[in-house]
Write a protein that binds this ligand. Structure first.
Ligand code: PBG
Ligand code: ZN
Length: 333
């Protein structure tokens, strides 16, 4: 079996990846990644009530939706697929790796219109499974680890073949980074596609608004058997070690604000892997509503929080405020 942690080309095959690999510790347009919810309905242009300013967007409107952020210097997006009808979902999340998935047409459109934009794709089953869990379940309703990792790899390959530069597994199944790397190797894509692992992803109440946005809430139970226990730094470090060993090109801690100690520990333990932090839906909503209620100024509070993320050791910030953050950087420089 190959030792994928020795294969380095995937970590710097794109200009944005080379910026992320540089030892820089200040905001730039390269710091911010914008999450975008892509609907399988090409005409979709729907406000997401729980996530102010964000939309579920179809390919017909995608370029106009991103235009202001592109003008402000947007360098990378993180794409999430959303299915418009629950009848399209099944127990193994078939559409995570088959035509009918909204991501490949969006990749094609973006690569054509913006050849330098780095396109990362979230890889998970929860938006495609009838039960809303992130993996495949066995007859007892527990995660089937081996089958889940295989399905996650199927989905990653589907996006990689469609032209994704980065695949980002957010499912938290055991062994999925290795499974993805092996599948990329089998298709001669190992050096072409980077894996950004959601390595330290906690079972968090901060994801509430996202599950409404992606229509991906579990229909029963919760995610605490696969997402990490919020009070365990030990498991988070072991998860990061495991994913580095399996060949992850980049690591992520998620959520952000309440987990800066984890960012700091992962940064100290793996200073040579770019480290992303996800300022998740609930954190964004909290700042937005707080500012709206007059508790503080949105720009000031956001830049303070993002600054704390840099201070802790992250160098990539995934945020719903990215279009605004890009404007703020321009104003302040
Ligand atoms: C799906 C996924 C989630 C998020 C990113 N990918 C939700 C979850 O795990 O329940 C959260 C993003 C956010 O809250 O902004 N695996
Ligand atoms: Zn999921």
């Amino acid at each position: 079996m190959s030792n994928f942690s020795h294969q380095l080309h995937s970590s710097y095959g794109h200009p944005v990846l080379r910026h992320w690999a540089a030892n820089i510790n200040a905001f730039s347009t390269y710091t911010f990644v914008y999450p975008v919810f892509i609907s399988d309905n090409p005409d979709a242009n729907e406000e997401i009530a729980s996530l102010p300013g964000q939309r579920r967007i179809g390919t017909q409107h995608l370029l106009e939706y991103l235009a202001p952020a592109i003008a402000a210097g947007l360098k990378s997006v993180l794409l999430f697929g959303v299915l418009s009808g629950s009848e399209k979902k099944d127990s193994i999340g078939s559409l995570a790796s088959q035509p009918g998935n909204p991501i490949p047409p969006a990749i094609e459109l973006l690569r054509q219109a913006h050849p330098n934009l780095l396109i990362a794709c979230d890889v998970c089953l929860c938006a495609y499974t009838s039960h809303g869990h992130c993996g495949v379940l066995d007859s007892d309703g527990r995660i089937d680890s081996a089958l889940s990792a295989r399905r996650i790899a199927d989905s990653a390959i589907y996006y990689a073949k469609a032209g994704a530069h980065v695949v980002a597994p957010s499912d938290m199944m055991d062994g999925r980074v290795r499974e993805i790397k092996e599948a990329l190797q089998d298709r001669s894509l190992l050096d072409k596609v980077a894996v950004l692992s959601y390595a330290c992803k906690f079972a968090s109440a901060f994801y509430g608004p996202f599950r409404d946005a992606a229509q991906s809430a579990p229909s029963f139970g919760d995610r605490s058997r696969y997402q990490l226990p919020p009070r365990s730094a030990a498991l988070a470090i072991r998860a990061a070690e495991r994913d580095v060993d399996e060949g992850a090109d980049m690591l992520m801690v998620k959520p952000g604000t309440a987990y800066l100690d984890i960012v700091s520990q992962v940064h100290q333990k793996f200073p040579n892997h770019p480290l992303a932090i996800y300022h998740v839906s609930g954190e964004f909503a909290m700042l937005w509503h707080g500012a709206k209620a007059g508790a503080f100024d949105f720009k000031r509070i956001s830049l303070e929080v993002f600054g704390s993320m840099l201070r802790a050791g992250a160098n990539i910030i995934i945020s719903y405020a990215t279009p605004m953050a890009l404007e703020w950087i321009r104003e302040d420089s």
